[in-house]
Design a protein around this ligand. Structure first.
Ligand code: HSE
Length: 310
């Protein structure tokens, strides 16, 4: 209450947003897959110039609960774009997506904030607008696109637009993610990359990413024991993740089709059609040989993307 007049609040909106794994090996900044672990965001916009933030699950005691909170920042941007008279918000989040581990936690926060604010404001923006806004905040589309659309996504940024195609692979692909117990920021992992790479490495990646997408679209798995390989970013990031290539080899030995860094890491992801438990155990055991404690998640593709659940 203020001056005896009830302050206006928006309708309360609850959205669910999936985790995502980006790059899939050779598809640096372009490929992504939505995964079936989720964060939930409950948002009410208020006229009062005050924010209340409650967090449960991942990030408690670590994520800011003041105006520096990423969800609040994107919510405020969306409000400002519409000129609506809201100045504050009540934000409640429950996070199951591991933080700073290469499973798209920042993309999940950005997309959840934009989508929830859009619903609370009466949907002035469409999904393409959401994609463009989220990409502008994140800096690249490969996590935000699958978080928005679900499935596997191929994205490009041109000077004037961000374009994404989302599809469901024609293979019953399982994902096994070994999650080490240390954080690695995307900023640090991007700093490890060189300014340029040799043309032969660029052409290696073009052939591999094209083969990977073709295999997913046709269901032809023949190339998959090669197609997750990468020469563009993983070799430069290996020093940040002890045992990375040995964990890949252990996953393949246990039956995986291929393995890769999940996003910028530090999680490592294996792709398989079966043997998931065995692959997960092999990955964790191999990490432990390098004194890296870890656990594994068995994931499926989320087919829906971010949507309203309340
Ligand atoms: N494409 C990004 C990277 C994903 O590898 O740096 C992490 O956000």
């Amino acid at each position: 209450m203020s001056g005896g007049i009830a302050l206006v609040k928006s309708e309360t909106v609850i959205v669910q947003v999936p985790a995502t794994t980006a790059n899939c090996g050779p598809g640096f900044d372009a490929l992504g897959i939505a995964c079936n672990i989720y964060n939930k965001l409950e948002l009410t916009l208020t006229e009062e110039n005050k924010i209340e933030i409650e967090i449960s699950g991942e990030g408690v005691g670590y994520l800011p609960i003041n105006e520096k909170n990423l969800i609040w920042k994107v919510v405020k941007d969306v409000i400002d774009k519409t000129g609506a008279a809201y100045n504050g918000a009540v934000i409640k989040m429950h996070n199951d997506v591991p933080l700073s581990r290469g499973l798209g936690s920042s993309a999940a926060a950005i997309v959840a904030g934009i989508v929830a604010a859009n619903y609370a404001l009466g949907e002035p923006f469409n999904k393409q607008d959401v994609l463009e806004m989220a990409t502008a905040v994140e800096g690249h589309p490969d996590n935000v696109a699958p978080a928005i659309f679900g499935g596997m996504t191929v994205s490009l940024c041109s000077q004037s637009a961000v374009k994404t195609i989302s599809f469901l692979p024609k293979l019953p692909l399982k994902m096994i993610v070994a999650v080490p117990k240390f954080f690695l920021s995307t900023k640090k992992a991007r700093k490890a990359l060189p300014e340029s790479i040799p043309i032969k490495d660029a052409s290696f990646n073009i052939a591999h990413v094209a083969s990977l997408v073709a295999a997913m679209c046709t269901g032809n798995a023949d190339v998959l024991s090669y197609a997750f390989d990468d020469k563009l970013h993983q070799p430069y990031r290996a020093e940040l993740i002890p045992g990375m290539y040995d964990v890949f080899a252990a996953a393949k030995k246990a039956g995986a089709l291929g393995a890769a860094l999940s996003g910028a890491g530090p999680s490592l992801i294996a792709f398989s059609l079966d043997n998931e438990e065995e692959i997960g155990r092999a990955m964790v055991e191999t990490f432990s040989k390098y004194q890296v404690p870890s656990s594994y998640l068995l994931l499926n593709i989320d087919t829906v993307g971010t949507h309203r659940i309340g």
